[in-house]
Design a protein around this ligand. Structure first.
Ligand SMILES: Nc1ncnc2c1ncn2[C@@H]1O[C@H](COP(=O)(O)OP(=O)(O)O)[C@@H](O)[C@H]1O
Ligand SMILES: [Mg+2]
Length: 259
């Protein structure tokens, strides 16, 4: 049996005949912060949704703790989901709920009493540097605060795996640095396994232990984050250096026709 925390085996997914994931494989080891990078539109979010069971893959399987998720009954799968924290690309907070109810959402769904759930929400809000946010409404939060609330929500039920989909989108460089540090601190303190979708290279360097590049439906290259700069693969180099010219197929990004 594999010792990976998450193992993606021969996963394939297409939409309307367009191949997005093509027999791809990926292993995330326990306690690791693993980052998947790749051009926009290459299928990073699709990969995450397939892992979470939000999208059905055409073939292949995803093992979490050595067990296949697709074969679980719905109640088993929901039980498993409680072991998972998710930080979405936007903050995806419920506008009509105060901050603490957003943070404690999973706990309340699990039946935790209001007082206990609020106390736990307050505890994690302090951890992310928002000790006075409990009763605020999402509309009162700045972008950086909303991200912190999103992080607090992801860790509130003490998951063993956290997924992040472009966690810094919409943040300025300074706030990005603050959130990246917080993610690293939480990762170490909680000893979780993290799988992060990112294209911000500073996040990749500061938060990643392992980095995998998704390209043409597969992991084109995997490397320890500490060895990013010693990779000489031209496609990988073009991506991490942020250049428009090179062998990386950027055709789907060019503006076609007249404006
Ligand atoms: N539900 C869907 N139906 C049809 N096409 C989709 C769907 N979800 C994603 N796609 C397509 O799959 C490709 C990869 O999308 P996505 O995973 O969101 O890219 P990214 O790497 O930027 O996260 C895109 O071309 C997108 O249009
Ligand atoms: Mg995406």
């Amino acid at each position: 049996m594999s010792d990976a925390k998450i193992q993606v085996c021969h996963l394939s997914k297409q939409f309307d005949g367009k191949i997005i994931l093509d027999d791809m494989n990926l292993k995330v080891m326990p306690g690791e912060s693993h980052i998947v990078i790749g051009l926009s539109g290459t299928g990073k979010s699709v990969l995450l949704k397939c892992i979470l069971g939000l999208l059905q893959a055409d073939s292949g399987e995803v093992l979490v703790d050595g067990e296949e998720w697709c074969c679980l009954s719905e109640s088993e799968r929901l039980k498993r989901m409680r072991n998972i924290g998710m930080v979405f690309q936007g903050s995806a907070l419920f506008d009509s709920l105060p901050v603490w109810e957003n943070v404690a959402f999973v706990l309340r769904r699990q039946g935790m009493k209001k007082k206990e759930a609020r106390d736990r929400a307050q505890e994690v809000l302090e951890k992310v540097g928002l000790p006075h946010a409990c009763d605020k409404m999402p509309a009162e939060l700045s972008g950086g605060m909303a991200k912190r609330v999103g992080l607090a929500r992801a860790i509130c039920h003490r998951p063993s795996i956290i997924f992040y989909d472009e966690p810094l989108s919409g943040l300025d460089p300074v706030m990005s640095d603050v959130i990246t540090r917080l993610m690293r601190e939480l990762h170490e303190e909680m000893q979780v396994t993290s799988l992060t979708i990112a294209h911000n290279m500073k996040l990749v360097r500061d938060f990643g232990d392992q980095v995998s590049m998704l390209y043409q439906g597969r992991i084109h290259l995997q490397t320890p984050a500490s060895e990013l700069d010693s990779q000489d693969d031209p496609i990988f180099r073009q991506f991490i250096e942020g250049r428009a010219n090179g062998p990386l197929d950027t055709n789907n990004l060019t503006i076609k026709g007249s404006l």
